[in-house]
Design a protein around this ligand. Structure first.
Ligand code: NDP
Length: 269
């Protein structure tokens, strides 16, 4: 193979998927952790990405500025931060309306924002139960309900909900979290059936043990116990999840809906 041919192949694989077609994605909780990796992956694939996050700190602003420097078509491909508390349904509607008014379309929604408030059920307060269910489950309802309006008019859209492998296995000390994430999987299947006819797919990704601020809270003993269950013998990285989300958002996954893709190094086989 000539140098020219190999350069052509390398260029082909490094191209964003849709370099000249505007594609707009919204990622909740995109300022850090798994959400941030999803934002970067979608941006590198050619999407414009709106980060909808509870708080936007200096690190998130810097991350956005760095990505925007890489855009040669800022009107078609950009990253933006917007404040959103996913537990506020009216704010979710207002943000989606703003995105449509400013950018004319919403092609992909990634419901990634999530929280934990662990404790054994005997000691779990109602406030801790409500906090996790309101953010992880009602938040998905709020933002999805807002986003499907424009997607239904467009007759296209991809919704990807970040669940968790513990929704399938259960986990002591996480009754609120496991219930919220199992709810997300049931929600995903139901909405997938409701809106498939409008050309919208709805899928979930169930991560295993991924290294982020959320899992850095665990003790060394908890961490070792988790890792002992992973056949691939390593913790997942946010990028492991981001690549799968990007697949589900792409035309390669046009015939996939209502599914939960487990990305856990084999932990829950
Ligand atoms: P992080 O704690 O690192 O990040 C969570 C993100 O969600 C933050 O940006 C946070 O915003 C945002 N967020 C929290 N509450 C709200 C809210 N009410 N409105 C808007 N944004 C909010 O978590 P991870 O990156 O680890 O987790 C991302 C998703 O993946 C979650 O849904 C989590 O449950 C799921 N998951 C994670 C696993 C892991 O091992 N890490 C395993 C399985 C699932 P702010 O910075 O302002 O607090």
């Amino acid at each position: 193979m000539s140098a020219e041919q190999s350069r052509e192949i390398v260029n082909k694989f490094n191209q964003p998927a849709w370099p000249f077609q505007k594609m707009v994605a919204m990622v909740t909780g995109g300022g850090r952790g798994i959400g941030r990796a999803i934002v970067e992956e979608l941006f590198q694939k050619g999407y414009s990405v709106i980060i909808a996050d509870y708080s936007i700190d200096a690190a998130a602003e810097e991350f956005v500025a760095e990505l925007n420097k890489q855009s040669i078509t800022p009107e078609h491909r950009f990253v933006k931060c917007e404040k959103l508390d996913v537990t506020d349904g009216a704010a979710a509607v207002a943000l989606v309306e703003k995105i449509i008014a400013e950018h004319g379309q919403l092609d992909v929604l990634v419901n990634n924002a999530g929280v934990t408030k662990d404790g054994l059920l005997m000691r779990m307060s109602e406030a801790d139960w409500d906090f996790v269910i309101d953010t992880n489950l009602k938040g998905v309802y709020n933002v999805t309900k807002a986003a499907i309006r424009p997607m239904m008019s467009q007759k296209r859209g991809k919704i990807i909900n970040i669940a968790s492998v513990v929704a399938l296995t259960g986990n002591p000390g996480q009754a609120n979290y496991c219930a919220s994430k199992a709810g997300v999987i049931g929600f995903t299947k139901s909405i997938a059936k409701e809106i498939a006819v409008r050309g919208i797919t709805v899928n979930a990704v169930a991560p295993g043990f991924i290294e982020t601020d959320m899992t850095r809270k665990l003790s060394d003993t908890q961490r070792e116990a988790m890792l002992a269950l992973v056949p691939l013998k390593r913790a997942g990285q946010p990028e492991d999840i981001a690549r799968v989300v990007s697949f589900l958002a792409s035309p390669s996954a046009d015939y996939v809906t209502g599914q939960t893709l487990v990305v856990d190094g084999g932990m829950a086989m």
